[in-house]
Design a binder for this molecule. Structure first.
Ligand SMILES: Cc1ncc(COP(=O)(O)O)c(C=O)c1O
Length: 413
C-alpha cells in the first residue's frame, strides 16, 4: 500500500508546527500568547446563533440539504453584492455556496486545471492556492510579491510561455499575510491581463469587510468585463466571526460557478440547512455590527503597530485584514526572529517564509487574541531587546535558511 505521490509531495500545514511549539512552551510553564492564526476570537453575533438553534429543531433541516443551497440565501448573497459593491449577480448561475472559502480554494483548481496546466500563485500567499493546485495535479508557478510593488504582482513580468500554459491566476486583496490592499487600477490591469491570456482570475476577498478607518476594499467584479474572466471568493469566517461554521461563497463568471457547483454535487451534498439559516441571519446584520467589531480590531492594530515600532521593527499600517507584517531586524531571518521573540517574550508569530520564499525577512502577527492578551503581547514586544551581536539566534530549525520544501514543487516567474 502506498499513499499517492500527490499527497506525499505536500509540505506539512505550517500551523501544525506552531501548535507543537506552543504546546512545548506551555508544558515548560511559559505564558504563551499565540498571535498566529486568523481565527476571530470574538463571538458570533446572537441573532446568528439564535436562528441556528431554532433551525436545528426543525426535522426538515436534519435531512440532506439541497445541492445548491437555499434560493433565498443565494438571493441574499446577490443582495449583499449589490449593496456593498454595486455588483449585480444572478443568484441562480453566478452564486455558489462553499463550505468555507478554503473549500473553494482547494476545489477550484479541479474545475480549471488539467494535469500540467499552470496555476499562478502569489508568493507570499495563503498556502491553499498551492495545495489546491497540487491536489489537481496542476503545475504551480509562483508570482513574487514585494514591498517595493506594494505586494502586488508584476503581471507584465510573467513570461509569454508561462501565460500560454496558465489557466488560473490567484489574487488576494486585502492580502494575507502582508495586509496590503489593491486599488482599482491594479484590478483593471489584472482583468485586462486575464482577458488577453484567457486565464481565469480568482480573487480571494476573504477580508473584504475587515477594514479600518474609511477603507472599503473593492470587489474585482466591479471592474467592467470582470464577469467574463473572473470569480471572487468570500468568507463568513472573518466578516461575521463565523470561522467554525464553514460558510463562504464563490461568485462571478457563470460558466465557472456552474462547473464548480457540478463538481460539488459529487463531493459534499450541500451545506447543512441549519448553517444556511445562520448565514441568512448574518447577512441581515446591520452594517453597524461590522463597524463595531472592526473598531475593536483597529484598536488592537494600533497597539501592536506601536509596540513593533518601539521594538525597532519597520512596518506599514494595514487598512484592512487581520494582520501586521513587520520586517524583522537586519541580519535576522523570519524563523530566527520568530524563535527569538518566543524565547524572550512568549509571543508566537508566524515566520513570513511559511507563506513562501518571498515572505523571508518578515513575520505575520494576527490581531485575533482577546484585548487583554493583545495589550500584554504589545507590552512584551515593545520590551524586546535587539539581538546581541556575535551570537547565533536560537532557531528551531538550526539553519535560519529559507525553507525549501514547499518551493521544490513550484517553478518561478
Ligand atoms: C486569504 C484567505 N483566504 C481564505 C481563507 C479561508 O477562510 P475560510 O475557509 O474560513 O472561509 C483564509 C483563512 O485564514 C485566508 O486567510
Amino acid at each position: 500500500m502506498q499513499i499517492s505521490r500527490r499527497l506525499r509531495s505536500m509540505p506539512p500545514y505550517h500551523f501544525a508546527k506552531s501548535a507543537q511549539l506552543i504546546a512545548e512552551k506551555r508544558a515548560a510553564g511559559v505564558d504563551v500568547i499565540p498571535l498566529t492564526m486568523g481565527d476571530p476570537d470574538m463571538p458570533t453575533p446572537d441573532p446568528v446563533i439564535d436562528r441556528m438553534c431554532a433551525a436545528a429543531h426543525d426535522p426538515m433541516n436534519q435531512r440532506y440539504p439541497g445541492y445548491y443551497g437555499f434560493p433565498e440565501l443565494r438571493q441574499a448573497i446577490a443582495d449583499y453584492f449589490q449593496r456593498r459593491f454595486g455588483v449585480t449577480l444572478d443568484p441562480d448561475h453566478e452564486v455558489a455556496l462553499m463550505l468555507g472559502s478554503k473549500e473553494g480554494l482547494a476545489h477550484l483548481p479541479l474545475v480549471m486545471l488539467d494535469p500540467g496546466d499552470v496555476a499562478l500563485i502569489p508568493d507570499p500567499g495563503y498556502t491553499t492556492y498551492l495545495m489546491g493546485t497540487l491536489i489537481a495535479t496542476g503545475t504551480p508557478v509562483t508570482v513574487p510579491l514585494s514591498a517595493e510593488r506594494g505586494w502586488l504582482p508584476d503581471l507584465g513580468a510573467i513570461p509569454a510561455d508561462v501565460a500560454r500554459k496558465a489557466k488560473l491566476l490567484w489574487l488576494n486583496y486585502p492580502n494575507n499575510p502582508t495586509g496590503a490592499s489593491a486599488n482599482r487600477q491594479f484590478f483593471e490591469e489584472a482583468i485586462a491581463w486575464g482577458r488577453q491570456h484567457d486565464v481565469l482570475i480568482a480573487h480571494d476577498n476573504a477580508y473584504a469587510d475587515v477594514t479600518y478607518g474609511d477603507a472599503s476594499p473593492l470587489s474585482i467584479l466591479q471592474i467592467p468585463g470582470a464577469q467574463e474572466i473572473a470569480v471572487e471568493l468570500h468568507s463568513f469566517s472573518k466578516t461575521y466571526n463565523m470561522a467554525g461554521f464553514r460558510v463562504g461563497m464563490l461568485v462571478g463568471n457563470a460558466e465557472v460557478v456552474e462547473a464548480f457547483k457540478t463538481l460539488k454535487t459529487q463531493i459534499d451534498t450541500g451545506m447543512f440547512n441549519v448553517i444556511q439559516h445562520a448565514a441568512l441571519a448574518a447577512l441581515a446584520l446591520p452594517p453597524s455590527w461590522i463597524a463595531g467589531r472592526n473598531a475593536v480590531y483597529e484598536r488592537r492594530r494600533d497597539l501592536l503597530v506601536e509596540a513593533c515600532r518601539s521594538a525597532g521593527l519597520e512596518l506599514a499600517v494595514p487598512e484592512a485584514s487581520l494582520y501586521l507584517w513587520p520586517h524583522v531586524p537586519a541580519g535576522e531571518t523570519s524563523r530566527g526572529f520568530t524563535d527569538r521573540l518566543l524565547d524572550a517574550t512568549g509571543v508566537v508569530v508566524t515566520p513570513g517564509v511559511n507563506f513562501g520564499d518571498h515572505g523571508e525577512g518578515y513575520v505575520r502577527i494576527a490581531l485575533t487574541a482577546p484585548d487583554d492578551r493583545i495589550a500584554e503581547a504589545a507590552r512584551r514586544i515593545a520590551s524586546l531587546q535587539p539581538k546581541a551581536t556575535g551570537t547565533r539566534s536560537a532557531t528551531a530549525t538550526g539553519t535560519g535558511k529559507p525553507r525549501k520544501a514547499s518551493r521544490k514543487v513550484t517553478e518561478k516567474v
